[in-house]
Ligand binder design. Structure first.
Ligand code: A2P
Length: 276
């Protein structure tokens, strides 16, 4: 794994900058797909309670035979589990399904502002970190207003905010806020759920660098400093998405990709999303 750089989180934990995401991977396929990813050299796996596939992730880790400390595992607390006590119980259930004593990174999946409990939930994550159950705690889908509230009302700055981020939605302002506070930016749907791969500018630049559109976009993320977790169910594409360390984009081309910003999300809006 020597060619995958790590990002040093604000609590000094090292996190691989490239990981493998299992959103929408069916539970019965997860062990196999994660095994393919581990064989391809991925050493960071991103799951969530809401994906219903934590068990498959855990089984793939065991069957890989890799030492536990060589794999970085992220999971997330679902919206129905906000609140201090519920959050502690939700973590125990996730850890049990994963078959792990310690999880590397635990995230609040969505802020659910309508429930107004994310500050309380965050305090439970602080306890999990203090108790050594998790190596790092962070958030996902937090907007500037939600981050500012955690910063004002709690003692721990999130290590990571995992957000929708791709060339059509590059999140320039939120990334700047993260940088100001030492929060690492992690991109979900880094390929815009595949939509950016048929963009004319992306295709033209990919041809020029002699790479695929997906490799070009993933390289753009790395050079912006994002942690990135592409997902694919296809072994060839799983390996292709891992092969992004032997070329470099010019500053001008990075700017051209960032300029594809449409200002529109593909996924849910964190200000209103409250599905339980
Ligand atoms: P597949 O599983 O068939 O490879 P995102 O991570 O932005 O949500 O995008 C994921 C989508 O992009 C999936 O539908 C996945 O399909 C597709 N995908 C992932 N990697 C590649 C690739 N290298 N080339 C083309 N499509 C890809």
């Amino acid at each position: 794994m020597s060619d995958v750089p790590t990002i040093t989180l604000n609590n000094n934990v090292e996190m691989p900058q490239l990981g493998f995401g299992v959103f929408q991977v069916p539970p019965q396929d997860t062990e196999h797909v994660v095994s393919v990813a581990l064989e391809a050299g991925y050493r960071s796996i991103d799951t969530a309670a809401a994906y219903h596939n934590e068990k498959g992730v855990g089984k793939a880790i065991v069957s890989s035979g890799l030492p536990r400390d060589e794999i970085f595992v992220t999971t997330k607390l679902w919206n129905a589990d906000h609140g201090y006590d519920r959050a502690l119980r939700a973590f125990d259930a996730s850890a049990r399904r994963l078959g792990l004593d310690i999880v590397d990174l635990y995230l609040i999946h969505w802020p659910v502002p309508s429930a107004d409990r994310y500050v309380e939930t965050w305090k439970a994550l602080e306890k999990l970190a203090a108790d050594g159950r998790v190596r790092a705690i962070g958030v996902s889908n937090f907007g500037a207003e939600h981050l500012r509230r955690l910063l004002a009302e709690t003692a721990t700055v999130p290590t990571v905010n995992q957000i929708e981020l791709h060339p059509y939605f590059p999140q320039t302002e939120l990334r700047a806020l993260h940088a100001e506070h030492g929060i690492a930016t992690e991109a979900w749907s880094p390929l815009g759920q595949g939509t950016v791969l048929s963009d004319a500018t992306i295709i033209r630049l990919a041809d020029r660098y002699g790479v695929t559109p997906a490799q070009l976009v993933l390289r753009w993320h790395l050079q912006l400093g994002n942690i990135v977790i592409p997902k694919s169910a296809n072994p060839t594409r799983i390996r292709q998405n891992r092969d992004i360390f032997s070329f470099e984009l010019s500053d001008q081309d990075i700017a051209a990709i960032t300029a594809l910003d449409t200002g529109r999300r593909i996924g849910a809006d964190p200000a209103t999303f409250a599905l339980t």
